[in-house]
Design a protein around this ligand. Structure first.
Ligand code: GDP
Length: 447
């Protein structure tokens, strides 16, 4: 999970309230000290941190004073926790809604940002994101400055199975951008992403080129791509871009490797520009949609139901009939081992295990421990065991005598028993959770 260190510290500070017998001013101040130290370590601007401290203090005191000693202890804890939560949300909330691509309309998005910030990678990730949601997406490479830029786009777009446009011979980026957008509009693409250059001999030339491309393709949204590692310096960089090429949204990349990401996010929010996504790795699916409340919820280990539902919808759009059938089977308690295996594979397709798990509210933190590789290999192992089952065994509910332990998979009888035990627990929990998406929650508890 991104900013896991910060999340852990904030969580620890908030949970310390549960250990305090009485929530008084001293306890509140100690908690605020811990919260602020964690934020500063994540490179959040000192001024923003001290504003947060003052606002929480004022809010909490006002509520305590208005209700006097009548406030029950448990309520006092809730008041403090809620005030901290709300202020953390407003710290990353720019208060501005971003543009949302609409279906049946060619949405032109133009990506700008300094070279190395992850612009080209992010363009492909964006195209994949929208493509998965039913938008016919494509990329136009209008970077003629960097040698090999078009090759990079071509390679990553081909890998992602996304249409692309560019030129090895045309040297005018404005002409390429205009041609590409016109071509894809004619071909009725829904999301057309224009990748621009991130470096020039002179900075002024870079900004001038961005303005010219913008005038030629008239983007519905210009997106600035920023690297999280610059921390709170993100504010100055975004202001510099805003002064020349106005943009409507920001994507902060490389959130996976940088403890300073908190600084970048809050600095950007302070410029009243919405962050729409966070780049969380080098893979094409490492792009998390960003919105303030779910982000803080996830950070504090409170889950992100909205994000989880979106993932579920992605699955459902890929194979709606099968998902409906599966939900029905679950409701009736008729899930076979074969169905279960299919669901494990589905979860693996949703994305890294830790990402999915962190969206589920109420999952104990230790469930999220271990690397994604470990989680994935546990899941693969389960699939591997089922691979050597007979058809009859696969279609059973696990109560059949298992013969496969002796041959094929090379797994021990104990491992098979473990798998069956997990399967039964999952089936029971799914039933209790009431079918539909309950299986996912249940399966994640197996991790
Ligand atoms: P551009 O010059 O802005 O187009 O940047 P690139 O797309 O070529 O990316 C520069 C480097 O950053 C590449 O090695 C990418 O794989 C890497 N990168 C991009 N986004 C992310 C991210 O979210 N996380 C990590 N860890 N690396 C990223």
């Amino acid at each position: 999970m991104v900013l896991s260190d910060l999340g852990r510290k904030l969580n620890a500070a908030l949970s310390s309230l549960n250990r305090a017998p009485v929530v008084d001013e001293k306890v509140l101040e100690a908690l605020l000290k811990e919260v602020c130290a964690a934020l500063l370590e994540s490179d959040v601007n000192v001024k923003l941190v001290s504003q947060l401290r003052a606002k929480v203090r004022t809010k909490v005191k006002a509520i305590f004073e208005s209700s006097g000693d009548k406030t029950k202890e448990a309520n006092r804890k809730n008041v403090v926790q809620k005030a901290v939560y709300d202020e953390l949300v407003s710290l990353v909330d720019p208060g501005v809604e971003p543009y949302k691509p609409k279906k049946g309309h060619p949405n032109v998005l133009m990506a700008v940002g300094l070279q190395g910030n992850g612009k080209t990678t992010t363009c492909t990730k964006l195209a994949v994101h929208y493509q998965k949601r039913g938008f016919k997406s494509c990329i136009v490479c209008a970077d003629t400055f960097r040698a090999g830029a078009f090759d990079q786009t071509r390679q990553s777009a081909t890998k992602a199975k996304v249409a692309y446009f560019g030129s090895y011979t045309e040297t005018d980026p404005v002409a390429i951008a205009a041609q590409g957008v016109a071509k894809f509009k004619k071909e009725r693409f829904d999301v057309i992403i224009v990748d621009t250059s991130g470096r020039h001999k002179q900075e002024s030339e870079l900004f001038q080129e961005m303005v010219q491309i913008g005038e030629a393709v008239k983007p519905d949204m210009t997106v600035l791509i920023l690297d999280a590692s610059i921390g709170q310096a993100a504010e100055a960089q975004s202001r510099a871009f805003k002064d020349s090429a106005d943009f409507g949204a920001i994507i902060v990349t490389k959130m996976d490797g940088h403890a300073k990401g908190g600084g970048a996010i809050s600095a950007v929010a302070a410029t009243q520009t919405p962050i729409i996504f966070l780049g969380t790795g080098e893979h094409l699916t490492d792009l998390d949609r960003f919105s303030p409340q779910p982000f803080i919820s996830k950070l504090l280990g409170l889950g992100d139901v909205q994000g989880l539902m979106e993932h579920m919808q992605d699955l459902a759009t890929q194979n709606p009939d099968r998902q409906k059938e599966m939900a029905k089977k679950l409701e009736e308690g008729k899930l076979s081992i074969r169905d279960w295996r299919e669901q494990i594979q589905n979860v693996m397709n949703l994305g890294p295990i830790s990402k999915i798990a962190s969206m589920i509210p109420g999952l104990p933190q230790d469930m999220l421990q271990g690397s994604d590789e470990e989680g994935a290999s546990r899941m693969k192992r389960m699939i591997y065991i089922t691979d050597s089952m007979t058809s009859r065994e696969l279609d059973s509910d696990g109560s059949l005598f298992m013969e496969f332990g002796k041959d094929g998979s090379g797994t021990s009888v104990r491992e098979v028993e473990e798998l069956l035990c997990q399967y039964r627990m999952m089936a029971n929990m799914a039933k209790q959770a009431g079918g539909k998406n309950g299986w996912l929650q249940a399966m994640q508890k197996m991790q």
